[in-house]
Design a binder for this molecule. Structure first.
Ligand SMILES: Nc1ncnc2c1ncn2[C@@H]1O[C@H](COP(=O)(O)OP(=O)(O)O)[C@@H](O)[C@H]1O
Ligand SMILES: [Mg+2]
Length: 249
């Protein structure tokens, strides 16, 4: 579909829980420097797919390669290391409640890099500033920040280790329309800002309007099968009845 570089590759991937087939023979690729959204109704298998991409769960059949690496071939420790390639933005920001915004962003840098304190400080401030958090906001606890601000901090934290892949789980679910727009703009701006070093964005969503606006590619997941996968501009013209139903919700 694209002549771009493949970053995530699913080959004949099936995921079962007991006899229950949750994902069925998935074959698709996610391309570098693109925003790809996996769209589907609740229960379609989106969260299960995300766990497979992160190597938090292994496929029952088939292979998943991320940055050319078969996740099933990594030992626990190597897998944990490998996950630094991902920046994960969780549905409800998932910040550390007892840490300020600053400390939240500093955490991965302290944990996983050898930066000197002054370099680290510079980096934390740069990350937070780049997502629109000022000096005043940096000193606040998550509980003192609005939902939109928490998302910004979560995004800054996810970007701290310069991941190759950003994963967004339902980034706008539960947010008001104005905050949703802000988050969507932030996803696009982040993708743009990091294009030079290579940043691939994967979004899990059931928000059709936002998806059409911000994605390069859309995969429609229905009951564990990808029934449509198209450039976003062609998606509304899909003649798949479920896609049409979704588009006209
Ligand atoms: N650990 C599990 N054990 C058994 N069934 C599961 C498990 N995780 C998810 N499922 C089932 O897989 C299906 C897809 O779930 P999920 O991936 O959470 O969908 P979505 O995120 O699209 O709403 C659901 O029917 C759910 O009940
Ligand atoms: Mg889910």
């Amino acid at each position: 579909m694209s002549d771009g570089e493949v970053v995530i590759q699913f080959e004949g991937v099936t995921k079962k829980f007991g006899e229950h087939v949750i994902l069925s023979n998935l074959n698709f690729e996610i391309y570098k420097n693109k925003i790809t959204t996996i769209l589907g109704f609740s229960g379609a298998g989106k969260s299960t797919l995300l766990k497979l991409i992160l190597g938090l769960s292994l496929p029952s059949e088939g292979t998943i390669k991320v940055l050319g690496q078969d996740l099933a071939h990594l030992e626990n420790l190597a897998l944990r290391e490998f996950r630094r390639n991902f920046g994960m933005v969780f549905q409800y920001a998932a910040l550390f409640d007892a840490m300020t915004a600053y400390k939240n962003v500093e955490f991965p840098l302290k944990e996983f890099t050898e930066l000197r304190p002054s370099e680290r400080d510079h980096k934390v401030r740069h990350l937070l500033t780049s997502v629109g958090i000022d000096e005043f906001g940096m000193r606040k606890l998550p509980s003192e920040l609005s939902g939109g601000m928490r998302k910004r901090v979560g995004l800054a934290r996810a970007l701290a280790l310069s991941p190759a892949i950003m994963l967004y789980d339902e980034p706008t679910t539960g947010l008001d329309p104005i905050t949703s727009k802000m988050v969507n703009d932030l996803i696009v701006d982040t993708a743009e800002a990091h294009k030079d070093r290579g940043l691939t964005s994967v979004i899990i969503s059931h928000d059709i309007k936002a998806t059409l606006k911000i994605s390069d590619f859309i995969a429609f997941l229905d009951r564990g099968r990808i029934v449509e996968y198209l450039p976003a501009k062609d998606f509304v013209n899909s003649d798949h009845p479920l896609v049409q139903e979704f588009v006209h919700l």
